[in-house]
Design a protein around this ligand. Sequence first.
Ligand code: 5GP
Ligand code: MG
Ligand code: MG
Length: 210
Amino acid sequence: KSKENFLLPAHYESCIKSILISHGQILDRIQKLAYDIRRHYKGTTIHLLCVLKGGSAFFQDLQVCLRNFHNFTNQDYVPFTFDFIRAKSYDGTSSTGKVVVSGCDMEKLRGKDVLLVEDIVDTGTTMSMLVPLLVEHGPASVKVASLLEKRTPRSCGFKADFVGFSVPDEFVIGYCLDYNDAFRDMNHICVINDEGIEKFKDGVKQRIDE
Ligand code: 5GP
Ligand code: MG
Ligand code: MG
């Protein structure tokens, strides 16, 4: 998509190679994902488990859609509860190969239909480690909803149950996906360029005029 046709935050504009998925497209896709998820879980309560921090925008918009279904009809009403979990595997633009999990009381998952809400499945390392870890704590089921799935030869073969978009093998940012915590505050999902890699290699500065 042409950068000229979309608003980008001024502090990121020169750091973007291309806009991959516009914010409007993301919201439209999430609406259909919510519909599919509701159909799948009909008759049960979903326990959404948001994978921080990257999955948080997707989680927020997904739960808005699920909540709005309650307005239309009581017949297909799908109640949900939620919690957060922290998983960290990336350093800059590359995977470290190990996953550090924190911030979740796993004992509370017992008997629940857990739906992990994740930003992107790249190599699949994070999810193929996290899912079995959760299963050990006796949930009724564990499934994964990932907004993005990367087409990469480095995939370990893990497949999410609900996928928003398939993206090319590039480092993507925006809509809470970060590069050293930068770009989370951008609506569209974009591909970073060399200038962006350089500018935010040490993270986000406190003062933007520096
Ligand atoms: P995986 O373990 O599947 O290789 O990667 C999982 C995690 O790495 C994702 O949840 C995400 O946080 C991070 N990640 C992977 N690819 C990208 C990317 O292209 N952009 C960003 N910002 N994060 C990524
Ligand atoms: Mg993630
Ligand atoms: Mg990250």
